[in-house]
Design a protein around this ligand. Structure first.
Ligand SMILES: [Zn+2]
Ligand SMILES: [Zn+2]
Length: 206
């Protein structure tokens, strides 16, 4: 390279940001060894910026969606979490309403003894929810006739009498903040139990 009589000071060699080449920059701002590397570097920067923007967008979408969730949606999510908890809690039990053993290969549900409609206050009461086969839960409405004697054996007659009494008739008194707290609690419990039974695949939500 031909230089004028004015010879600028040589800059210190540096490593190209795009490839392993060490080069002597012509300008102090030069960060790549060649125009090709400079171009590749800007393209990479652009792609990273776009990915960052997309991530931010997704995050704010999720936050907005969380904010506009209704109480009913929160309740539904809590129910899913509680049901998953119950299915894992009872993983080694047979169906609460019939004699299908824990080894039965069909779908397992979490079945309410007193239905949510009949006993809203017992919707998330763990005494009131037990693992049942999908046949009993879905096609026999919980199979009350089979459920009751097995439940008495499991939690005692007194507890069943209490469930059948007026306890559940009240409306469910629970705030959205409390629902969120419970959701967090049961989801964490489910994760903990799944880890404990690593070989148990996740079952369908009832
Ligand atoms: Zn380079
Ligand atoms: Zn059953």
């Amino acid at each position: 390279m031909i230089r004028s009589s004015f010879q600028p000071k040589m800059l210190k060699p540096k490593k190209c940001r795009m490839c392993p080449t060490v080069f002597v920059p012509q300008r102090s701002m030069q960060f790549a060894c060649s125009p090709a590397c400079a171009q590749a570097w800007s393209a990479k920067q652009r792609a990273q910026k776009e990915a960052r923007a997309k991530r931010e967008e997704r995050k704010s979408f999720k936050e907005r969606a969380e904010k506009i969730k209704t109480r009913a949606e929160h309740l539904g999510e809590l129910q899913d979490a509680v049901n998953a908890y119950v299915r894992l809690r009872d993983i080694n039990d047979p169906c609460i309403s019939c004699d299908k053993p824990a080894t039965w290969q069909g779908q397992w549900h979490a079945s309410h003894f007193k239905s949510v409609g009949h006993a809203p206050a017992l919707r998330f009461n763990l005494l009131n929810i037990h693992k049942a086969c999908s046949v009993c839960n879905k096609w026999k409405s919980g199979n009350y006739v089979g459920y009751k004697p097995r439940l008495e054996k499991k939690i005692g007659k007194e507890a069943v009498d209490w469930l059948e009494g007026p306890a559940g008739n009240e409306p469910l008194k629970i705030t959205v903040a409390e629902i969120k707290e419970l959701k967090k609690f049961y989801r964490a419990e489910v994760r903990r139990m799944k880890k404990a039974f690593v070989n148990q695949p996740e079952e369908e939500t009832a």
